[in-house]
Design a protein around this ligand. Sequence first.
Ligand SMILES: *Cc1c(COP(=O)(O)O)cnc(C)c1O
Length: 363
Amino acid sequence: MKLQDSLKKQIATLPVYETGKPIEYVAREFGLDPDGILKMASNENPLGPSPKAVEAVQKHLGGLNYYPDGGCYELKQELAKVRNVKPSQLVVGNGSNEILEFIPQCFVEEGDNAVFGAQSFIVYKLATIFAGGECRSVAMPNLRYDLDAMLDAVDEKTKIVFMANPNNPTGCVVPQDEVSNFVRALPDHVIFCYDEAYTEFQEQEVDLLPLINEGRNVICLRTFSKIYGLAGLRIGYSYSSEELAGYINRVREPFNVNTLAQVGAIAALDDAEFVNESRRSNRAGMKQLSEGLEELGLEHFSEGANFVMAKVPDAAGTFVSLQKKGIIVRPNVGYGLPDWLRITIGKPEQNQRLLDELKKLFR
Ligand SMILES: *Cc1c(COP(=O)(O)O)cnc(C)c1O
């Protein structure tokens, strides 16, 4: 028998998640000095990691012979205060990505489905297929969610509705009242999985805690990868009802979150200065990039996250041309948006460098 024949069928057909191209890959491929390469491809924080987190991580290096705290006790105490929930309502993951995998693993069986936007975070699709479920991916006209169509896609076999707000990769934002009304319109048997990866970049964060407290099946996910600048540590968390958190905690491995990630996250939570500066810098960068793209006559879209979508002629060719100049952006072919590049907002001089290269290409 061939190995392939014993493979689960959902694994055989699983689409590949294309990550942002690492700096070292581009350096090798184009013969460039890695130090001169600018990565604007994975929505990482251009200001670096939270300095408080770095200090905490350095302090704990000597304890790496010990297993981490599998229950993330101290971190959960802090998160509980910040989110105004009980520690038992939390799940901590090796990135919020891991928790996104856990949710379908807990609830989706063959014959079940999950609903999400066609141009929303690809992990929703991967996690659903991986669990053996059917994907109902709903068209997103003009890069925005069609909430009515999403509701229409829900049926008695729908276990989960996923939504990232602000969305990745399109960057659209759904206001509080529209999200709340949408959740209230969902049938009881559906879990609303609300991904807040970019929420801290908003002036006004959408708050679904009241819906959780009302007893709705809502789970909110946050990450330390974006505004806290800790993508390399791999840590994120969810808050929900105690019951839902309890089920998800059953499927995770005992030590899924490493020691450095835990102490780094605790310190980062306390680094208001860094968070505020990141938010401020992001806002200024969004304005700079939007205005620059406008000047170049390029269609662009950005409402609230830490990236901008730009529609460029020959996006695939532009992606390569920019790499030759040492700039990595993100193509969106896998999302069915082959004409669009997603550009992570950088520091002023980085944004300018990108705009200058685009100018050479398009003017
Ligand atoms: C970046 C991102 C995450 C966070 O992923 P981590 O695993 O925590 O690094 C989650 N959802 C969306 C939509 C994202 O863009």
